[in-house]
Every structure is written in structure tokens, then in C-alpha cells.
Design a protein around this ligand. Structure first.
Ligand code: NAD
Length: 495
């Protein structure tokens, strides 16, 4: 244990040991060996972090800052983040095993969120309402909620923390980040940059540990106003239930089982790349994975030949190698879950046309690798079509025509994203309208931006991240009435 990097939490601007004096190991998925020690937070740590964040929200420099000054701090933070992006990207690869090619690009793009919401900070404008009451002046203010708790999963730790942090801070809240127990290191290192940028102590805090031990007490704490959660459905439900007891504001970004629909009028070579990026990029560990590939009957055989041939060329190996295309699975439980779903699909009668088990190629070392796997002949009622696997496992489902494609696409409890591949503008527009999903990509897949709203329909979540409307998730509206009348009215009658 001596050579493992030992981290501390970050509360009220100070590095601090966990109250319980315990740490746990963080693993490198490529070597399947521990490399760092993460503080195991508990309810005492949650209480300390909420006290610090509440203090920073109500007293001191933060509430006194103008909105423009808040924006300037966010932009300064963006500059500091840009300088450290490469290092942070490497750190994330060590913890979650995703490709350096992907995490590096993600981290380089991340400052844009702080520039965008920094610019938005002083454009949060209320209105003057021309109320129908003589002798009254009425206006609205959009005010921060207070202490926000951001709960983040392991697949894109700093990206998904940023989707919450940037709008929450621009709106004037203070925040506690609870990263995933599997990938806490990058958040514990990037939080220092807030201090360097000049944010007052307590505005941004990080507590680490397990959902039940430190996440729950944070969500339940009476001084927490809002929870912004990204993660699995079970965790999301639990957070929603706990938050309901305190009548707190909640936004949830949950899982998906997104349809990626290939029509016979599509450019098939591009559609093959879209299908691959929908499921094998990030080793399928992405909420927006296009894990249900709907292929029109008339092109099915031709398309499958191209798809399997392309997928066979995917280079597996060390995620830190820029040439690698498919890396390991992030956690051992996830690795086991994916393999068990492969068995489920085989038992259900789906036809395995590629992969279908653990990867034992020499370049995969001892890591948690699963072969890119494709099941053909899947029926949409099968478990492999209905449940989120969160791994490199694709279910191919055939359809006859547009109506059937839309019906199958929507026949799912989730509604995070969908893909449509077609050469017809009419079809692009009408099918996008008919699909019940928060994001629809046409002739592309997996595009996201700080400027464009992201979130789920149905069980994929509540609320939106990114874009201008996301800032509303961190604000509440106050209506101010001022009498301009010299006379006091009849006190026994509502005005
Ligand atoms: P998870 O729900 O197990 O954990 C997510 C976070 O919630 C972790 O920090 C965990 O410690 C915390 N947590 C768990 N239970 C909690 C509780 N009761 N109270 C407070 N905190 C709790 O999810 P995961 O396995 O880390 O992530 C994978 C899931 O995340 C997948 O289902 C995926 O689809 C989803 N995801 C969604 C999006 C999106 O934007 N919609 C993005 C990425 C991942």
C-alpha cells in the first residue's frame, strides 16, 4: 500500500482526512491493480462539507460578488483548466480506462463550459411585469438555490461534474461534488484550480466515498437545496426518494437503451461508422450508447457484412496508447455484468455474430476486457434489447418500414437519445419528431456541446444540462412588489 498515491478530501478550501480515518483503493482497469488511495467519507464529512458550502453561500465574499465578477472567475478557471487538461485526461484514463484519445479530447474541450456559463452569469435577467394593479411596481429576480450537491458516475468524471458545476456557479450557488468511488482522483486534483482562480473557500468542495455512506447523508442534509445526479437508475431513484422527503429540487441524468436506426436510403459506409461509434466507442460505457441497432430488412445482409468486417478491425489494448480503439471496462463488477448479459442474450436465442466473451488478446494484459460483441436476430422484447448493458454489446433488430422503426425505437422505458441514418430530408425531420428521446442525431452520432440541451425523456431522467436553459435548473424566481401609492388600502381585502 506504501507506493499508492494517497488523496485527501477538499472541504472549505482545506485538504482534509476523512473523519473515519479510512481510505479505499482505486484501480487501474488496464492492469486491474490499485494505484491510489481515496478517502472513505461518511456522514460527518458530509456534514462538514455542507456547513462549509452553506457558510460560503450566506457569508463572506461569494454572495457579495457581482454577477460579472462571478463570470470572470469562471473564465479564469477555464484558462487554468486548459493548462492542466492534458494531465487531468491522463489521470482519468488511469482511473476509468477509457481511451486517452477520448479523455484527452474531452478535457481539452471542457474549458468551453466555464467560458460559456461565465458569459451567461451576468445575463440572468428578471423582468418588470406590467401588473394589472394600479399603484404597484412588480419585478422578478432569478436567485441561486443555495447548496447544490453534484453526484457523478465513473464514465466521464470531470465532464459530467462540469455540466453541473459551470451553470450552478454561474447562477451563484455553492457546491459539493461527490465523484464516483471508482474515479475520484481527477476531481480531487482539479478542485485546487478553483482556489487558484480566486473562488472563496467553501464555494466548491469535494467529498469522496460510497453512495450509501456519504452520498445519502449529503442528499438528506436539510441545508442542501438541490441535487444534480448522473448515474444509474437505481441510484437515481434512491436519490429522488431521499430528496423528496426534504422537498428538494432534483435533476437526474440516467441510463438509456438508444435506438440507432439505419434506413435503406442511408449512406451505408457512414452508417457503419455511426453504428460503431454508437456502441464500441468508450467500450459502450456511455449513457448515450446506440445499443439497439435497428436495420431495415432490405439492406440487412449487406449492412451486417460491412459492420462486422469493420468491427473486426478494432484495435484493443492499452487505453493510454493513442492508437487503441477499444479499451478495458472500468470496473470489475461492470466487467462481470457485461459477461452475464452476453450469456443472457445467448440463452434468449440471439445470434452472436462477433465476439461474445472476455478478450484474451495479448495486448489486453490482465485488464478487464470484453470482445466487441454483436448479436443479430434480436427481438425487441428480449432482455438484451430492453436492459442497459453499459458495455461493447450491440443488439441488431430488423424492421420493415418507417412506422415499424419508430414503433420499435419508442418501445422502451428509456428516452435519452436516438440516431437516424437516411438520405431523405423528409424522413430525417419526421422520424426525429416521432422519436421519444431527449437528443436525436441524424447522419451522425454522439455529438454534444455546452450550447445544446442534453437530458432524457421517460426513465432517462429529469431536467436538462447544457445550453442556456440549464442555468434555470440552478435558479429560483422571486417576485418583488413595491407600492407606489401614497395611501394604504383596506387591510381586510386582498390587493
Ligand atoms: P451509480 O448510480 O452506481 O453511481 C453514480 C453516483 O451515484 C456515484 O457517485 C455513486 O456513489 C452515487 N450513488 C449511488 N447510490 C447513491 C445514493 N443512494 N445516494 C447518493 N449517491 C449515490 O452509477 P454508475 O454505475 O457510477 O454509472 C453508470 C450509470 O450512469 C449508467 O446507468 C449510465 O447510463 C448512467 N449515466 C448517465 C449519463 C447521463 O447523462 N444520462 C451519463 C453517464 C452515465
Amino acid at each position: 500500500m506504501a507506493d499508492l498515491k494517497k488523496y485527501q478530501m477538499y472541504i472549505g478550501g482545506e485538504r482534509t482526512d476523512p473523519a473515519g480515518g479510512e481510505w479505499f483503493e482505486s484501480f487501474d482497469p488496464y492492469t486491474a491493480k490499485p494505484w491510489a488511495l481515496i478517502p472513505r467519507g461518511n456522514a460527518d464529512d458530509a456534514g462538514r462539507a455542507v456547513a462549509a458550502a452553506d457558510d460560503a453561500f450566506t457569508t463572506g465574499d461569494w454572495p457579495a460578488l457581482t454577477a460579472s465578477a462571478r463570470g470572470a472567475l469562471l473564465r479564469r478557471f477555464g484558462d487554468l483548466l486548459a493548462e492542466k487538461a492534458e494531465y487531468l485526461g491522463q489521470l482519468e484514463v488511469k482511473d476509468n480506462g477509457k481511451l486517452l484519445a477520448e479523455m484527452g479530447a474531452q478535457l481539452k474541450y471542457l474549458p468551453q463550459w466555464y467560458y460559456y456559463y461565465g458569459g451567461l452569469a451576468d445575463k440572468i435577467e428578471g423582468s418588470v411585469i406590467p401588473v394589472d394593479k394600479p399603484g404597484m411596481f412588480n419585478y422578478t429576480r432569478h436567485e441561486p438555490l443555495g447548496v447544490v450537491v453534484a453526484i457523478v458516475p465513473w464514465n466521464s468524471p470531470l465532464l459530467l461534474a462540469t455540466w453541473k458545476l459551470a451553470p450552478a456557479l454561474a447562477a451563484g450557488n455553492t457546491i459539493i461534488i461527490k465523484p464516483s468511488e471508482y474515479t475520484s482522483a481527477s476531481t480531487l486534483e482539479f478542485v485546487e484550480l478553483f482556489e487558484q482562480a480566486g473562488f472563496p473557500p467553501g464555494v466548491v468542495n469535494v467529498v469522496t466515498g460510497f453512495g450509501a455512506e456519504v452520498g445519502e447523508p449529503l442528499v438528506a442534509h436539510p441545508k442542501v437545496a438541490k441535487i444534480a445526479f448522473t448515474g444509474g437508475e437505481m441510484g437515481g431513484q434512491k436519490v429522488y426518494e431521499t430528496a423528496a422527503k426534504g422537498l428538494k429540487s432534483v435533476s437526474l441524468e440516467l441510463g438509456g437503451k438508444s435506438p440507432n436506426i439505419i434506413f435503406d436510403d442511408a449512406d451505408l459506409d457512414n452508417a457503419v461508422k455511426g453504428a460503431i461509434s454508437g456502441i464500441f466507442a468508450a467500450t459502450g460505457q456511455t449513457c448515450i450508447a446506440g445499443s439497439r441497432l435497428l436495420v431495415q430488412d432490405s439492406i440487412h445482409d449487406q449492412f451486417m457484412d460491412k459492420l462486422v468486417a469493420f468491427a473486426k478491425t478494432a484495435r484493443m489494448g492499452n487505453p493510454a496508447d493513442l492508437e487503441t480503439q477499444v479499451g478495458p471496462v472500468t470496473t470489475q463488477p461492470q466487467y462481470e455484468k457485461i459477461l452475464s448479459y452476453i450469456d443472457v442474450a445467448k440463452n434468449e436465442g440471439a445470434e452472436c455474430v462477433l465476439g461474445g466473451g472476455p478478450a484474451s488478446r495479448p495486448e489486453c494484459g490482465d485488464g478487464w476486457f470484453v470482445e466487441p460483441t454483436i448479436f443479430d436476430g434480436v427481438d425487441n422484447t428480449m432482455r438484451i434489447a430492453q436492459e442497459e448493458v453499459f458495455g461493447p454489446v450491440l443488439s441488431v433488430i430488423r424492421f420493415k418500414d418507417e412506422d415499424e422503426a419508430v414503433a420499435i425505437g419508442n418501445d422502451i422505458l428509456y428516452g435519452l437519445a436516438a440516431g437516424v441514418w437516411t438520405g431523405s430530408i423528409r424522413r430525417a425531420i419526421t422520424v426525429s419528431e416521432r422519436l421519444r428521446a431527449g437528443t436525436v442525431w441524424v447522419n451522425t452520432y454522439r455529438a454534444v456541446s455546452f450550447m445544446s440541451p442534453f437530458g432524457g425523456y421517460k426513465r432517462s431522467g429529469l431536467g436538462r444540462e447544457n445550453g442556456q436553459e440549464a442555468i434555470r435548473e440552478y435558479l429560483q424566481t422571486k417576485s418583488v412588489w413595491i407600492s407606489t401609492s401614497e395611501d394604504a388600502p383596506n387591510p381586510f381585502v386582498i390587493r
